[in-house]
Design a protein around this ligand. Sequence first.
Ligand code: HKS
Ligand code: ZN
Ligand code: ZN
Length: 305
Amino acid sequence: MHIHVLGSAAGGGFPQWNCNCPNCDGLRKGKIKAKKRTQSSICVSADGINWVLFNTSPDILQQIQDFAPLQPGRAIRDSGIAGIVLIDAQIDHTTGLLMLREGQVKREIYCTDMVYQDLTTGNPLLNILGHYCGVNRHDVPIDGMQSFSVEGAPGLRFTAVALKSAAPPYSPHRNDPHPGDTIGVLIEDTNNGKKAFYAPGLGEIEPHLPALMQQADCIMVDGTFWTNTEMIDMGLMTKKARDIGHNPQSGPGGMMEVLDAYPDARRVLIHINNTNPILREDSAERAELERHGIEVAYDGMDIIL
Ligand code: HKS
Ligand code: ZN
Ligand code: ZN
């Protein structure tokens, strides 16, 4: 399977338009060793022709332009995107759908009931798309047992699990979490048996997760924050990382400790916030990740399994 990282940053991208933290200011002024990044999304293919898009960031048009295989050019109007899987309904993972409204063929969208609810009420993107291309919505089962496939993307099988997290700020049930608000997905190449676990919104390692993560040849998880109080320490937010559904990399129970249990898998952090020191390629924090064998996703990164 071919995994292509379309975007590796958290909401707001890097640098973030309104931010002058040392990272964003440093990148703008060319004073730090770091790469700019668009908002988090990957696409996956088993045959190199038909792709499944995971999340649709507001940067999707640029991301498609930067990855030629997503436009195979078989007809006057065409796309290599066979279907779209949404792992949550957050703004940074869904608003790109409005950018994909053209054409007479319906968008094939795979999401949980909770995400479907949010995208037809608090943030009615799917209703709006109904007035353009139309939407063919497919349910995503979250019992961890039933798998699903995406029509038009042969050789790939998906198994989703619910992850503990909060619904988006605009959601009618923001303060009342439900299974399916956020999911992790085990992606399997049915030709060679290779597996990847993709969970950019992984806030807590719940008991049902290790069994899935153990099977994975590649684990791509939440890389938003380095510390639990990163945003508080910079005076940017009053909530801790774990309180908004993001497990930080450092400290007890942090993502480095979690990932140490899977030394044979490729371990990659994605959805990295602009404030995170791991974005600086020569930082002590980045060196610590490297000692753990953990990689930091970048836009354009290719992972072949
Ligand atoms: C900044 C943002 C931080 C950021 C936070 C979150 C909060 C939100 C919620 C996130 C993201 C970026 N870039 N989604 O100001 O530095 O309350 O649910 O997901 O992408 S979490
Ligand atoms: Zn986000
Ligand atoms: Zn910043």
